[in-house]
Design a protein. Structure first.
Length: 375
């Protein structure tokens, strides 16, 4: 994601910095910020901001979750019922993007008790969130994972779709023109599963979507990275590197000749690829695992969110200064269970937000966590 929020309060988190081999010392200060409790199944999946003191975070609690930052803390914000009045249904929100204080889009999914999944889109008009109509052909299920808004009348949401009676899943991209959402054809190279997990772009005619694919036979577990590009006319697949079984989870675009995508390769190792205007190429990755988020201000100022590459697997952030990576572990104060980061985004020249969840493997309960990062 391209933006984040700035907090002015919250308990300090213990700090620690591990510097990548070579390169100057560089440190970040991480502050955990209060988050409203949302029930049994919480956890932030996406975050965005319109100013240092106003922004949105979304996640899942069975009926979708929206929280708003007011400059001090995160608080639950009223949002439409996505369960359709049936407590046996399930819903979550996975992505949010704001273009102004009066315009934002959030996307996710609602699943009926019969396990039929429907993509969901919500619209913020400066006063309230409302649910938008999302096309869903009969006999299919659809799923949104991420959204990128260029204006109140130009946004993309990506994910996957399939016939309800089929195990073959295809990439999905829908465009919002200010009036309605409509599906736009996308390539699906995998013969079994195709999934777009993130979308970003510099302009409405230069948009990237990333994810992964999986080929038959059903015993095959090797994922292939997927990168698609929108040039204003059509989506096309662009060759992308792999590192064993590879998932791409996020993408950040800086210009027509510079973009970053991150994910995981063999055994969950950090995987980073970069666009140079001609091709995507593997670049040095930080000593982390399970990269889930990336945000970039410039070619010498890139952040990623993941976990420590040791037995603890604690959340960690890494910063690229144009020469080397430096790593800052993130310590969670309070709560029980295993914490993880799901997204990171830049607020201004020196501030980022990282969000995620803390899951209890015994009870299944999870809660949202958020951190202000300054460095």
């Amino acid at each position: 994601m391209r933006k984040a929020l700035v907090s002015v309060a919250g308990p300090a988190v213990a700090l620690g910095v591990v510097f990548a081999t070579g390169g100057p010392a560089w440190a970040a200060t991480v502050t955990q910020v209060p988050v409203a409790s949302t029930g049994f199944f919480g956890g932030f999946l996406g975050v965005d901001a319109v100013s240092p003191f106003d922004g949105w975070a979304v996640g899942g609690n069975g009926n979708g979750m929206i929280q708003r930052f007011n400059g001090t803390r995160w608080s639950t914000f009223p949002s439409p019922d996505l369960q359709g009045g049936d407590p046996n249904n399930w819903a979550d929100l996975s992505g949010v993007d704001a273009t102004s204080a009066s315009s934002a889009v959030a996307v996710g999914n609602s699943t009926a008790a019969g396990a039929v999944k429907s993509a969901v889109a919500l619209r913020w008009n400066g006063t309230a969130w409302s649910r938008q109509a999302v096309p869903k052909p009969a006999g299919t299920d659809t799923e949104f994972s991420a959204v990128k808004a260029f204006s109140a009348s130009d946004a993309w949401a990506v994910g996957q779709t399939a016939s309800s009676n089929s195990t073959f899943r295809k990439t999905l991209a829908m465009h919002y023109n200010g009036t309605a959402w409509s599906a736009v054809p996308t390539p699906s190279a995998g013969t079994r599963t195709n999934f777009l997990t993130a979308v970003d772009g510099v302009t409405s005619t230069d948009v990237w979507a990333v994810g992964y694919s999986l080929n038959l036979p059903y015993g095959n577990r090797v994922r292939q990275s997927t990168i698609l590009h929108w040039d204003g006319t059509a989506w096309a697949q662009v060759p992308s590197p792999d590192n064993g079984s590879t998932f791409l989870y996020d993408v950040a675009a800086l210009s027509a000749t510079d973009a970053w995508a991150v994910g995981v390769g063999t055994s969950g190792a950090a995987f980073v690829v970069r666009w140079n205007g001609t091709s995507w190429n593997t670049v040095a990755a930080p000593p982390l695992v399970n990269l889930r988020g990336v945000t970039a201000r410039s070619a010498t100022d890139v952040w990623v969110a993941g976990a420590a590459a040791d037995s603890t697997g604690t959340p960690a952030l890494a910063h690229w200064n144009g020469t080397t990576w430096s790593v800052t572990p993130v310590t969670v104060n309070g709560g029980a269970g295993i914490p993880s980061l799901s997204a990171i985004t830049a607020a201004d020249a020196t501030t980022e937000w990282a969000v995620g969840s803390q899951s209890d493997g015994t009870t299944g309960q999870s809660s949202s966590i958020a951190f202000r990062v300054v460095g």
